[in-house]
Design a protein around this ligand. Sequence first.
Ligand SMILES: Nc1ncnc2c1ncn2[C@@H]1O[C@H](COP(=O)(O)OP(=O)(O)OP(=O)(O)O)[C@@H](O)[C@H]1O
Ligand SMILES: [Mg+2]
Length: 237
Amino acid sequence: MANNYRGSEMKAVEVENLFFNYLDKKEKILDGINVTIRKGEIIGLVGLSGSGKSTFCHCICGIIPKIYEGNLQGTIKIFGIDIENMKIAEIASKIGVIFQNPDTQLFSPNVEDELAFGPENLCIERDEIGHRIKKALELVGMEKYRYHNPNELSGGQKQLIAIASVLTMQPQILICDEIMSQIDQKGVELIKKALIEIKNQGKTIIMVEHNNSNLNIADRVLLLKDGKIEEIKTRNE
Ligand SMILES: Nc1ncnc2c1ncn2[C@@H]1O[C@H](COP(=O)(O)OP(=O)(O)OP(=O)(O)O)[C@@H](O)[C@H]1O
Ligand SMILES: [Mg+2]
């Protein structure tokens, strides 16, 4: 019993027999997916454009079917708990999502306000919010920019702030959906370094990537093809 409990604690995400099609389409975008992602892993998720990578990510964080409708079958568990009966806000406190374009994710006039927004909505105490902002900025190496306007930052720096703004919610899992695709090489290196730091804090990262050279930080690489997921690379330790 105790062993089983610990076992499920180590499984950040468990997906069993997941099938999905959008309401207006018959085609099953996800056609029987079974995958387990362990706590502390960086998972690279690859696949052709339109293969369903974002769809899969949206299922894991509950956006599907709670916001984008469709027919979903199967089970998705986060740390052993089925997300079906969880509210979207509850899932959001466990899984943070970062998207491709940092400009669509940042809307405050300064970095501090941006990072305070999430925890303020959760009615977290002021001192605790200040502490979380400091820790999140340290983790992504952006302490110096706490009082800056995000518009003054480079694309890579904006994306680091987008990551930090998710971190202040203290999620255990991060989904990064092609977050480096619009970022220059210098920014990409900073983001990869930040993701490794975040992993070293025990968090789990699912990283959708088009660029092979960014997959070197992944512990495993999963390929989404014909609605199914197969593992194509495991890091040799
Ligand atoms: N909200 C939606 N409603 C209907 N169909 C959708 C919706 N979102 C995506 N699709 C379709 O589902 C399929 C998978 O799309 P998805 O965005 O998940 O692919 P992807 O692997 O993330 O692609 P990309 O690499 O281009 O980001 C595509 O055919 C797409 O047109
Ligand atoms: Mg996508």
